[in-house]
Design a binder for this molecule. Structure first.
Ligand code: ZN
Length: 339
């Protein structure tokens, strides 16, 4: 595709004193591809008169030629985002938890949806105390015993639960086509094309990655009522399907276990459950103070990974709802810029 590009510089040149040096100079000039997407594959020199060309002229010729064929900074024509509609309706509010006891003190009439994390050992009876019409069931990002887990999903479906959230595209394979599915933040959607793709795959809602920045989030939330932002959460810095407790997990208790880690720069909480390992920073993420600027139509507060008692969860929920930050939290990348 680059065959027909040419560049030329016309000038008067004197004979070279050392033709070998001249040849090397030409190679070194054209090998410099800098921050372009180009590599020099082949160079043919025709210099029958044995002339000397100054390095500055060679460099200029290289720039003239490479600027015609460098595609590094060319933005391709992207398809328009799928039909997205943004209105000014009051935002929906969601709580996500992996322990329903956390919700005991919270007034759930203020909450539009309750997301409950399911797992291989999920006890369906824990749902019985919750308002049924608000429940959305979250599939874990890593599912190892898929046959066993499929039975849990099948049972939930037979009981009438139709709303689910996935944290990994493989989650789609566990759910019937008619399921109402939200795509959670672990899918790391950071641009309109990724979000469009989620909607094309059947997502009702898509949650923006907690690694995103404010200016990027604003561009995305302006597009659709179906794009959600998490205002309070604990973002895993490490997630592994390996068990930290036993080499032989046939003798492992598999029950939840919490430990502390420190690497000199920060403190972390390690959670071992079902022979999987999650590490989260001690500092939770809180964007509540930026709610107005985030301008989303769906907001969520997460009580996952760490052990939140019901009084603490209520205090966090009430504070976030008021648009106030929780003390001792971080905003992570929110105020930064993507390079
Ligand atoms: Zn284990």
């Amino acid at each position: 595709m680059y065959q027909d590009k040419t560049a030329e510089i016309i000038g008067h040149f004197s004979p070279a004193k050392d033709l070998n040096k001249m040849t090397k100079a030409i190679y070194s000039a054209f090998e410099k591809t800098g921050d372009t997407a180009l590599d020099l594959a082949e160079l043919t020199i025709q210099n029958k008169a044995g002339l000397f060309v100054p390095m500055s002229v060679l460099n200029e010729l290289r720039r003239k030629l490479y600027s015609q064929i460098d595609i590094t900074h060319v933005v391709p024509d992207l398809p328009q985002p799928a039909q997205m509609v943004k209105t000014n309706v009051a935002p929906k509010w969601i709580i996500k938890t992996d322990n329903v006891d956390t919700l005991t003190d919270i007034n759930l009439t203020d909450c539009d949806e309750l997301w409950v994390v399911t797992d291989i050992d999920f006890d369906i009876n824990t749902l019985s105390h919750l308002p049924n019409d608000k429940i959305r069931l979250c599939l874990p990002p890593i599912i190892r015993q898929s046959n066993k887990y499929q039975k849990i999903i099948d049972t939930l479906w037979q009981m009438g639960y139709r709303k689910y959230a996935i944290g990994n595209l493989s989650g789609l394979t566990f759910l019937p086509d008619t399921a109402d599915i939200s795509f959670d933040s672990q899918l790391s959607c950071l641009n309109t094309q990724a979000i469009s793709q989620c909607f094309e795959l059947g997502a009702q809602n898509v949650f923006i990655s907690p690694e995103d920045t404010l200016d990027n989030i604003q561009k995305l939330t302006a597009l659709s009522d179906n794009i959600g932002v998490i205002l309070y959460t604990d973002v895993p810095v490490f997630l592994s399907a390996n068990c930290v407790r036993e080499n032989d997990c046939s003798v492992c208790t598999q029950k939840p276990w919490h430990g502390e880690l420190s690497n000199g720069k920060g403190r972390f909480e390690l959670i071992s459950k079902n022979c999987q390992t999650t590490v989260v920073p001690r500092e939770s993420l809180c964007w509540a103070g930026e709610t107005r600027h985030l301008n989303a139509s769906i907001y969520r507060v997460d009580f996952c990974h760490k052990r939140y008692d019901s009084a603490t969860a209520k205090r966090i929920w009430d504070t976030v709802r008021l648009g106030k930050d929780i003390k001792g939290t971080t905003k992570f990348n929110l105020k930064k810029q993507f390079a």
